[in-house]
Design a protein around this ligand. Structure first.
Ligand code: NAP
Length: 299
């Protein structure tokens, strides 16, 4: 934990590595007892470069912790029905515990229909209506990876949330919306007074500046500046953007939705980009797959 005058730079990379070690230890114990390791299946449709990179990282992470993984690759022209058939096959395969379909999908495929086809019991991305509903009711559920990762960071850094004003910027189904529900529930982390903001919100600057906890998932590089942050706030930056940078070997650098240097001057704790929320996403997916193998959410 990097800490200067009470300031905390939240190290998602380190926490994610710790979680992976914990999962690997549990898998070793399971297999030592003669049980099968958790098995994750991923379906990748098309040749999108970013999606291929994400799926490859997920498969590699499975290997690192001792999971079995199956990657099903389908061409970009695959029909919706053929994709649904593939999902049903995995739904019915008792040897596979978790299933993810990498998004985005080609335009001719209805993502809602695909998501709804995944058996809730195997929905380790936590995207199905059943898991979103269960999370909203406070029932045991697979919580989607990025919000789950943020909750885990708050927990592991023991950051106080009860009674705080949490402002979430962005209301997407995968980040902002579930985040607002989790921060408002009667639990830890939670018990916040939550304000969920979006592109129609008026006086966003003032609302953001009143946050004790500011969670930014907007998808606009450097949107949150120092004047939008209350001194002492906890700032969670979900955004990831590639910015051209000739000084880097890769030709780009990664930045978030938050202007890190300006905001770090005022915040009590902040996630950097890279190395903050990003690494937590895969750790959460692995964790959900372990839960699936143990039958903990749907016994
Ligand atoms: P998204 O689906 O594009 O949603 C963006 C949200 O921001 C929408 O709710 C939108 O409002 C709101 N918004 C847009 N412009 C705004 C403005 N000027 N003022 C206030 N709100 C505004 O994005 P997402 O999928 O949640 O992703 C957000 C960012 O997080 C992206 O950079 C993405 O790459 C990154 N991300 C990172 C991870 C990770 O693992 N670290 C995971 C997922 C996403 P409306 O609803 O009104 O349109």
């Amino acid at each position: 934990m990097e800490q200067k005058n009470g300031f905390v730079k939240i190290d998602g990379k380190k926490i994610s590595a710790t979680i992976k070690e914990e999962i690997a230890a549990e898998v070793a114990q399971m297999t030592g007892e003669g049980k099968k390791p958790p098995h994750l299946a991923a379906i990748l449709v098309g040749e999108d470069g970013a999606s291929q990179t994400y799926v490859a990282a997920k498969v590699k992470a499975c290997e690192q912790v001792g999971f079995k993984s199956t990657l099903v690759r389908l061409g970009a022209e695959v029909s919706e029905e053929a994709l649904l058939r593939e999902i049903r096959k995995i739904n019915d395969n008792p040897g596979i515990h978790g299933l993810i379909v990498q998004l985005p999908l080609p335009k001719h495929i209805a993502v809602d229909k695909v998501t709804a086809e995944i058996k809730p019991k195997k929905d380790v991305d936590g995207f199905t209506p059943a898991n979103v509903g269960r999370m909203t009711l406070g029932w045991p559920a697979y919580i989607s990876a990025t919000p789950n990762g943020i909750v885990e960071l708050l927990k592991r850094y023991e950051l106080e949330t009860s009674g705080k004003h949490c402002v979430v910027i962005g209301r997407s189904h995968i980040v902002g919306s579930p985040m607002s529900i989790l921060m408002g529930r009667n639990d830890y982390p939670g018990n916040c007074t939550v304000t969920l903001t979006h592109s129609r919100t008026q006086n966003l600057k003032e609302i953001a500046a009143s946050a004790d906890i500011l969670i930014v998932a907007i998808g606009k590089a450097g949107f949150v500046t120092g004047d939008m942050v209350k001194p002492g706030a906890v700032v969670i930056d979900v955004g990831i953007h590639r910015i051209a940078d000739d000084s880097k070997k890769s030709g780009y650098r990664l930045v978030g939705d938050v202007v890190f240097d300006e905001v770090a001057e005022k915040a009590s704790a902040i996630t950097p980009v890279p190395g903050g929320v990003g690494p937590m996403t895969i750790a959460s997916l692995l964790y959900n797959t372990l839960l699936a193998a143990k039958g903990e959410i749907y016994p």
